[in-house]
Design a protein around this ligand. Structure first.
Ligand SMILES: [Ca+2]
Length: 356
């Protein structure tokens, strides 16, 4: 809306779709409530679900490395989680009942309302380690319920049990604060503005593909008008990154690239990427390189230390590639060395199979 305000914008896991996002935040919680219902999945079972997803999906990107590079390529079969026989302790057994499987289908499915209206994308396969953000409580998040009460104005006595889809229409009509981002970035592009956008594929707070939806809507609006998005807007998906910071301990994916809020997770007084303070590893320096010297990044190398807060020993680095390219293992050498990966379109014969 204000194309002259910034020369460059780094946007991480953006909450750009306020009119739908706040209600989705609540809807996700509602899928798993009330806690005394047969379909409720207690938080203690999330690790078992995450482990089964990882078991089935890890190899779908061609490399068994505990990282799901592209959840869209995984044909996940939730029924393998179904409890066999009379299970006394589900947490110990790590299995789900049939009604709980229904909840899983809701969580991994897009939110679609009447007349096939798409409202918000699904939680990703591989986001289970971050589900505590929206699913770990006996109430939906106040990000959603307080939005309805105090921003849409239904008042403090409104409860999530009062939900009905007309709230979506109300939210769209009010568009509170005009806070939902538009798709016409033409003025920003014309004045030379640059946008680097990224989103973690293990995000349990804002469904990852809300970012892809935004990117695609901008593409649909501007490509027919002759704009090449690569000239000013580049999008990067980050395998194994949770909401803005961190990675599930089961994955230990490289997640750090000095994005918004990330340095504070390493410790106080940390800036850039310790040991790798350059435009290849630091998204803000990459942005400065693009704005100030006209060199646009095709990839950003993400880093994982053995102990993130000590930044002691780098255990993994890997390129994050400009969408729609993806990082592909070249087939030989250490999978944790970024030199052994390249960015390319991953279709058909390009999907190599790793040795391990
Ligand atoms: Ca993998």
């Amino acid at each position: 809306m204000f194309p002259d305000d910034f020369d460059g914008i780094v946007a991480g896991a953006p909450a750009w779709w306020t009119v739908h996002l706040q209600l989705w935040n609540m809807k996700v919680g509602m899928y798993n409530l009330p806690t005394n219902a047969p379909h409720h999945i207690p938080q203690e079972l999330f690790p078992a679900i995450g482990a089964e997803v990882l078991r089935q999906c890890d190899g779908s990107d061609g490399v068994l490395d505990n990282i799901i590079s592209d959840p869209r390529r995984c044909n996940f079969n939730p029924e393998t989680l179904l409890c066999a026989g009379d299970v006394q302790n589900q947490t110990t057994a790590g299995c789900l009942t049939s009604p709980q499987l229904d909840t899983l289908y809701h969580l991994y499915g897009d939110w679609v309302e009447a007349n096939q209206t798409f409202v918000f994308p699904h939680l990703e396969l591989g986001s289970e380690g971050n589900w505590d953000m929206l699913l770990g409580s006996d109430e939906p998040t106040t990000l959603g319920t307080d939005y309805v009460k105090y921003v849409l104005g239904l008042g403090p006595n409104w409860t999530w049990q009062d939900y009905n889809p007309s709230l979506l229409t109300l939210s769209e009509e009010l568009n509170p604060g005009n806070a939902t981002a538009g798709f016409d970035l033409s003025a920003f592009s014309k004045k030379g503005g640059k946008l680097l956008h990224y989103h973690g594929l293990s995000d349990g707070g804002i469904a990852t593909h809300s970012s892809l939806y935004y990117y695609n809507q901008v593409l649909r609006m501007l490509k027919p008008r002759g704009f090449d998005l690569d000239d000013f807007y580049r999008y990067f998906m980050v395998p194994g990154l949770e909401h803005c910071t961190g990675t599930p301990s089961s994955m230990n994916a490289p997640w750090y690239f000095a994005g918004a809020n990330q340095a504070g997770t390493l410790g106080t007084g940390v800036s850039s990427v310790p040991g790798f303070s350059d435009a290849e590893h630091d998204v803000l320096l990459a942005m400065m390189e693009w704005v100030e010297h006209g060199r646009a990044p095709d990839y950003i190398i993400a880093t994982k230390w053995n102990n993130d807060t000590l930044q002691d020993k780098v255990t993994r680095q890997r390129p994050l590639c400009m969408y729609p390219k993806q990082a592909m293992y070249i087939g030989t050498g250490d999978v944790d060395d970024p030199m052994n990966w390249k960015c390319q379109m991953l279709y058909g014969e390009n999907v190599l199979r790793g040795n391990n």
